[in-house]
Write a protein that binds this ligand. Structure first.
Ligand SMILES: Nc1ncnc2c1ncn2[C@@H]1O[C@H](COP(=O)(O)OP(=O)(O)O)[C@@H](O)[C@H]1O
Ligand SMILES: CC(=O)OP(=O)(O)O
Ligand SMILES: [Mg+2]
Length: 414
């Protein structure tokens, strides 16, 4: 039987895995995810062809590694999933790693690369730790399968020096790798290719402002197919707020918040040294701090249940509007489209309408019917611009980080 590719997308609260055929382009065999690891009980979603299934998981899965092991076992033991019945059916495992430091491309895991990636853990302990734990687990438990790591930051290596440099002592900045890296790049790469194809333009002539807004949210300015700016920075904390993240704040706020801020957080472990300030701004802020929920679908509603919900919505709109204005100017007004993606961007018609209406001065206009309907299951890109609009297109793209990794793996290795 032909071998397959397994793509793994491990986040702090969810793990998504997808099996693909090892061909160009890859075809999806099955898709499974566990969400709610940090807010138990975890939920399993499973899809194979038309067969869809959702259930609460009874077992205790307290880490992304536990969730990954559980998912793998579930898939291998499914009698209907004969294409991937055991580890022998796998050729490659593709792992999404958020922080790739100076890496420009994906890398195959061996002792040397794993050691280099270990060095990056300190730069992004909250984001890289879980993914690398899964990489290490695969190396031990599935030693015959080759692991490739794909980095969120790689897409942004084209950001110009003046944009990526923080105005601090440059010797210290260089010695410690302190610069803007940017994230969600695997998703931006998928969106750029899909949207360019949809617009019938070569990627290298495509200019876009793309919003990847899910529980982590960022925005990217793409000029001639290259990232020229993005809202996240040294870590995924900078820029837009998210489910539990503050986004950009005055850095001095940290010193006034609590005098414990500089100490190690209670959540810190021997492998993962995080300060109380990092913990608070990454895990105890954003929608959760404002409203008590991390679920934006409870916030983006016509009649919000509280003033706090309305405020959270307005803050998000305000911050995104600021970036759209800034990136429109950076792209000299020459953009083909504004693209909404990520869980919120793909599903919240209210957020899209509110934002586009606030950006009318840039020529953006929305078709309310198309916007309310959103993209169909099989529709990767949908145009929701008003038919008469002469301005940049307003588009929704159903992004797919797992596919992007499998696609590049199959293109370069088959
Ligand atoms: N209909 C909706 N309206 C607004 N937000 C939604 C809707 N459906 C899902 N979301 C939000 O999308 C977010 C998850 O996005 P996703 O990109 O899948 O997450 P992650 O960042 O974990 O990969 C959650 O905050 C969820 O509440
Ligand atoms: C980089 C990042 O914030 O990722 P996620 O949105 O998956 O949390
Ligand atoms: Mg995500």
């Amino acid at each position: 039987m032909p071998k397959s590719i397994l793509a793994v997308n491990a986040g702090s609260s969810s793990v998504k895995i997808t099996f693909y055929t090892f061909e160009n382009p890859p075809r999806t065999i099955a898709d499974a995810s566990i969400s709610g690891i940090t807010a138990p009980p975890p939920t399993l979603k499973y899809q194979q062809g038309d067969k869809k299934h959702k259930e609460e998981v009874k077992e205790k899965l307290s880490t992304p590694q536990d969730a990954f092991k559980y998912l793998l076992q579930r898939c291998f033991s499914d009698p209907d999933l004969s294409e991937v019945a055991s580890v022998d059916d796998l050729e490659y495992i593709c792992h999404r790693v958020v922080h790739g430091g100076d890496y420009r491309d994906a890398v195959e895991i061996n002792d040397e690369t794993l050691d280099r990636l270990k060095g990056l853990e300190d730069l992004a302990p909250l984001h890289n730790f879980s993914a690398l734990e899964i990489v290490r687990l695969c190396k031990v438990e599935l030693p015959k399968v080759r692991s490739i790591t794909f980095f969120d930051s790689a897409f942004h290596q084209t950001i110009p020096e003046a944009v990526r440099t923080y105005p601090i002592n440059q010797e210290i900045a260089k010695a410690n790798g302190l610069r803007k890296y940017g994230f969600h790049g695997i998703s931006y790469s998928f969106i750029l290719r899909s949207v360019a194809q949809f617009l019938n333009k070569p990627t290298e002539k495509t200019n876009l402002v793309v919003l990847h807004i899910g529980s982590g949210a960022s925005i990217c300015a793409i000029k001639d197919g290259k990232s020229v700016d993005t809202s996240m920075g040294l870590t995924p904390l900078a820029g837009l707020p998210g489910a539990t993240r503050s986004g950009s704040i005055d850095p001095s706020l940290v010193f006034h918040y609590t005098n414990e801020a500089g100490k190690l957080s209670p959540g810190s472990t021997s492998e993962m040294h995080i300060s109380t300030a990092e913990d608070i701004l990454n895990k105890q802020s954003g929608w959760k701090a404002l409203t008590g929920t991390t679920d934006f679908s409870q916030i983006a509603v016509e009649n919000p249940p509280s003033k706090a919900h309305k405020l959270a919505f307005d803050i998000f709109v305000d911050r995104i509007q600021g970036y759209i204005g800034s990136y429109y100017v950076k792209l000299n007004g020459e953009l083909d489209g504004v693209v909404f993606a990520g869980g919120i961007g793909e599903k919240s018609a209210l957020l899209r309408r509110t934002l586009v209406n606030k950006c009318q001065c840039l020529g953006l206009a929305i078709d309310d019917v198309a916007n309310d309907k959103g993209p169909g299951d099989e529709e990767t890109v949908k145009d929701i611009s008003k038919g008469s609009s002469k301005g940049p297109r307003v588009l929704v793209c159903q992004t797919n980080e797992q596919f992007e990794m499998a696609y590049h793996c199959a293109c370069s290795r088959s």
